[in-house]
Design a protein around this ligand. Sequence first.
Ligand code: ADP
Length: 538
Amino acid sequence: MQGLMMQQPLLVSALLEHAERHHGEREIVSRRVEGDLHRYSYRDLARRSRQLAAALQALGVGQGECVGTLAWNGHRHLELYYAVSGSGAVLHTLNPRLHTDQLAYILQHADDRVLCFDLSFLAIVEALAPVLGGRRLVAMCDRASMPPSVLELLCFEELVDAQPDGFEWPRLDEHAASSLCYTSGTTGHPKGVLYSHRSTVLHSLAAALPDALNLSARDALLPVVPMFHVNAWGLPYAACMVGAKLVLPGPALDGKSLYTLIESEGVTLSAGVPTVWQGLLSHARDIGAGFSAMRRTVIGGAACPAAMLEAFEATHGVQVLHAWGMTELSPVGAVCSFKPRQYSLPTLEQRALQLKQGRSPFGIDMKIVDADGRELPWNAKAAGELMVRGHWVANGYFRAEGSSPIVDGWFPTGDIATIDADGFMQITDRSKDVIKSGGEWISSIEIESIASLHPGVASAVCIAARHPKWDERPLLLVVRKSGAELGEGELLDFIASRVARWWTPDAVRFVESVPLGATGKVLKAQLREQYRDALMQG
Ligand code: ADP
C-alpha cells in the first residue's frame, strides 16, 4: 500500500524561496573585488537571482546546459548559484587556481555556454581565448568597472538590471543536474562530479544537523572554503535553509583580513582548510587578540594538525569541528562531534578524539576493506580503504559513463582509515601517500600532526622516501617558525618520544615553503618526486 503524502521535488530554488519568505531581512555581507563591503538581504538575493535567471534565459541558456563561473565568495556568485540551478541549467564552478590547460579542458568538457568571472580573473579568461568559441563572457561588475579587453564582454549588472522581477522557478525533476564540480585531478584529466537538486538539498539538510555543522538562524557564517571548491562545502545552500547570516570574504583571504571580517561582522561559525586557518591564527597571535563571537570552526579538506586544534580550543575557546569529505561526496562524509559520554572525558582524550575525522551523518554509510575487499573490524586499529555510499555520493563521473568507479554499490574513496567502536573514522593517509616501511604502514598524517606540536614548527609534511633496506622510510620536511632555531636532532627526539620507535622519520629537511595545489593542499606527489632518493646515500 502506498503512503498518502505529498510528492514535492527537492529543489535548489526551494531553498531560496524559503529564505526569502522566512528570513527575508537576514543579512548577506560580501567583500568584493571592487574593495568595498557590500550588504543586502536574502530578500534582495531572491529578487536578483530571479532577474539573473531571466537574463540567462534571454542569453539562450537552456535547461541542462552549463554556466561556468570563475569567482570568489561573494553575492554575485551566490546569485549565480541560485539563478543557474534554479532555472534548470547547471552551475559549473571552475577553480581559478588550476593550470590554464586544465581549465581549457574542463571548459570544453562541460561545454559551458556562458562563463561569468570576477575581474581578478580577466587574465585567465583572456588566456583561455583559443577555446572560448561562441561562449558568452560575463564580467561580474557594473558598467563603470568594466575592464578594457580584446574579448567581447557582457556586463553582469546590466544583464540583471535589464530584467523585471517576474521569473518563476520551474518545477524541475529533483533528479535533474544542478551543479558540476571537477576534482583537481593530480593524475590524468580532472573528473566531473554532477550533483542533482535532490542530492544537494539532502546534503544541506544533513550538514546543518546539530551533530554535523550545527547550523542555525542564530549563526553568522563565514565560508572561507571557496565557492569554486565543492560548492563551498554546501554552505551557500545550507545557509538559505536555516536563515544564517552569510559573510563572504571575496579575495581577501589573508589572516588580517579574515580576522577583521570575523570581528566586525560577529561571525559565530567559520569553515575552511587548515592552510587558511594558519594565517588567521598567526595574525591573532601577533596582535595578541582573541575572537569575540566566533564559537565554532569547521576544519576539513586536509587533516587538522594537533597544534591548530590546541590553538583554537585552548587559546581561543573556539570549538573545532573536524570534518572529512570529498568532491564526490558533495562533500560532507563525516563530522567529529561528540557523543554524550565523551563530553566528560579528560581534555587530553577529547583532543585525541577530535583529531579523528568523525562519524557519518544519517545518509552516509561507510566501511573499511583490506586489499582483497574484505570488510575490516571497527576496532580503531585495522586500517583499510574507506568505502562510502549514500544519498549525496557520486555514482559515476560526468561524460565518462563507460567507466564506473563503483565497486559492489560502494564508492572507493582512495583514503586509508580506521574506524573505532563508536563509529569515529580516522584517516591515516591517502592511499597514494602511505609510507610502506618493511611491509607495514606508517601514517604520514599522524607524524605531521605530532611534529606540528613542536613550538619551532610552522608546518610539517611527511613523505615516503626510498630506502635500501625497508623499501620506504618517512622523511620529514619542515618549515620553521620565523626566528626558531630548531635542529634535526631536537625535532626527531620530540617525535620519537610520542610515537612508536619505527615510526620516527629517518631524517628532517628544513625548507622555506611547501608547494600547495589548487585547493590549498600540499602537493605530496611533487615532494616525493623531489626527495625520493634523499635517504639512499650512505
Ligand atoms: P581533491 O581530490 O581534488 O583534492 P577533494 O577536495 O575532493 O579534492 O579532496 C578529498 C580528499 O581530501 C579526501 O579524499 C581526503 O584524502 C582529503 N581530506 C578531506 N578532508 C580531510 C580531513 N579532515 N582529514 C584528512 N584528509 C582529508
